[in-house]
Design a protein around this ligand. Structure first.
Ligand SMILES: C[S@@+](CC[C@H](N)C(=O)[O-])C[C@H]1O[C@@H](n2cnc3c(N)ncnc32)[C@H](O)[C@@H]1O
Length: 200
């Protein structure tokens, strides 16, 4: 591995240390002083995006309004825009949101936290809300899920498997369905959808 990549990896490790399930986002924001800190352009993540799209399209070929929580720099937005009439991305990082706007100009983006979902979407409803690889930084996942469920009939969640153990129970209640895991080599993501009664 070249020295720049080694440094980037160390930086990421440092910024992520202690950030899980803490609800404090200062270090996550700093992470974006690097471009593409999560390696979203890699074949692994591109595979995840393609599989996510396939799972969503097994529910509906297209969605009117889509809210993407934790949109980062808009890598997955580029994939979601293909099945959305209107896509709105939200992330806690201003740098990430600025890059997302450049990467995916067809969508709109905003800096905000999942925890403030009801403030940023006071009375709007979305056909689909996605929370991919984002919930493990929050402190109160069930509270966030309740807020999101009040604004949509369909909530899609994916979680990197090694981090799923502490949160799996949140996706087992009424209306939740576990989908096929997404796999790429030795990496596994667990995927879930919650649907309101009229969608089931
Ligand atoms: C691992 S990246 C995932 C990006 C994208 N959703 C994907 O699946 O490729 C997690 C993103 O969620 C954002 N994030 C973490 N906690 C958040 C929160 N509470 N509200 C909004 N965004 C958050 C981070 O800034 C980061 O961009």
């Amino acid at each position: 591995m070249n020295p720049v990549n080694v440094l980037a990896k160390l930086w990421k490790r440092l910024m992520l240390r202690g950030s899980e399930f803490g609800g404090s986002y200062g270090k996550l924001r700093l992470l974006y002083s690097l471009e593409d800190p999560w390696d979203m352009a890699s074949p692994r993540e591109q595979h995840r995006f393609a599989q996510t799209l396939a799972q969503l399209q097994s529910m509906a070929p297209r969605f009117g309004s889509v809210l993407e929580f934790g949109c980062g720099e808009g890598h997955q937005s580029l994939s979601l825009i293909g099945i959305s009439d209107r896509l709105h991305g939200v992330d806690i990082s201003p740098a990430a949101v600025a890059r997302a706007g450049n990467r995916c100009p067809q969508a709109s983006f905003e800096v905000a936290a999942l925890e403030d979902a009801l403030t940023i979407i006071p009375d709007q409803r979305f056909d689909l809300i996605t929370a991919c690889e984002v919930l493990y930084y929050a402190m109160d996942i069930d509270d966030i899920l309740g807020k999101l469920q009040s604004r949509t009939d369909r909530l899609y969640v994916s979680n990197y498997k090694p981090r799923s153990d502490k949160m799996r129970a949140s996706f087992a209640g009424d209306g939740w369905r576990r989908l096929e895991d997404i796999r790429f080599e030795d990496t596994v993501w667990e995927c879930f959808v919650w649907e309101a009664p009229e969608r089931r």
